[in-house]
Design a binder for this molecule. Sequence first.
Ligand code: BGC
Length: 460
Amino acid sequence: MRARHLSIFFIFVFGALGGLLFGFDTGIISGASSLIENDFSLNIEQTGFITSSVLIGSSIGALSIGTLSDRFGRKRLLLVASILFLLGSGLSMTAVGFASMVTARIILGFAVGSASALTPAYLAELADAPHRGSLGTMFQLMITAGILLAYVSNLGFLHHNLLGIRDWRWMLGSALIPAAILFIGSLILPESPRYLVEKGNIDEARNVLHELRKNTNEDPDKELTAIQKIANQPKGGWKELVTFARPAVIVAIGLMLLQQLVGINSVIYFLPQVFIKGFGFAEGNAIWISVGIGIVNFLCTILAYQIMDKFNRRTILLFGSIVMAISIGILSVLNFTLTVQAAAVPTMILIAIYIFGFAVSWGPICWLMLGEIFPLNVRGVGNSIGSAANWIGNFIVSQFFLVLLNMFHNNVGGPFAVFTFFAILSIFFVIYMVPETRGKTLEDIEMEMRQKAALKKSAN
Ligand code: BGC
């Protein structure tokens, strides 16, 4: 019995591995970029572009994978993503100059973007309704584990040119290990039962559902019937995204943009630089700041995993928005009123509280809900759109954060005042726009949406 439980657990761990690579490949560059800059004699713009090229690749990858995933299945495309991960990691480890590094990073980005559009829907479609919150949170848990591993790998390899190979090559190359595990995982993982039904593959869907629900209280045959009913609904394809599924599109884009605009990646990618520039920290200590952030972020996401099926998603989102708004609001005021020396320690504490607020709420729930809110036959495309919005938001924050910091003469109060505005906005977005999905099956969520749209239509 226990062994079976474990195997279901492993399906979700393997299924969420794309998150580990997502976190690793976006986190690793913070430690590697200055080393690459020296080695290839790059200017600041070129180094910046090496960082952001992943985000460009991710936006494109996320956008292009959706229709393919509705057509060829989640599992097959995860396999493709894992091959791209292997290719991108190998090429970035062996890059010989700026152009080859950017090419490698764009390929990696493509893989990261694909994984971010595929994984949430895949996990949501495998999970049973009562546990979908925590199982879906596995994706974010993997992202934060990936970020932490990247920071640790930076720390471990820095100035160690093992076997005569430069330290940064080891840092980037270490992504080959999780990429290889994802590759093997995607060979043995089951296909999503919902995708199988959509394609008329009922027997296989039944087998997968029976296997997945073995140790739960859920009835796989009842679930199968409900999925079949949904799969038989008239299909409008892309048109559905602007008709009855439009609320899902708005919620997905809003959640995803706001998740980035509250500024989390200013901390994840740039905090060491902020402490060097704004508070006069020594360069050597900066990497430890990263490791600290990585640990807080990961531990708080474990907490999110524990609570996700116990409270409504909307309640947790509201809680997170309020914690973020208050912590960075105060941070901003302090940095405009206190001296740099006096503000340093409170800033660190407030940033830890802010990370806590994000990690228990907006971090996991945005990806979780992305997998939940779209109707079956446009789920892949819908996830593509939401995921691309996330990468575009990420790109905007990453491009403008340092510029903003510069504008405010290295006072972090400036950019964080802007992020506070978006944290407050996020409160209203949750109250007025975000539906509750906890405890409902994906089919219930879709039926509710269809009924609402039908009511609205008949009222007009
Ligand atoms: C976000 C990433 C961010 C990470 C931090 C994710 O949910 O999408 O952009 O770096 O959380 O933990």
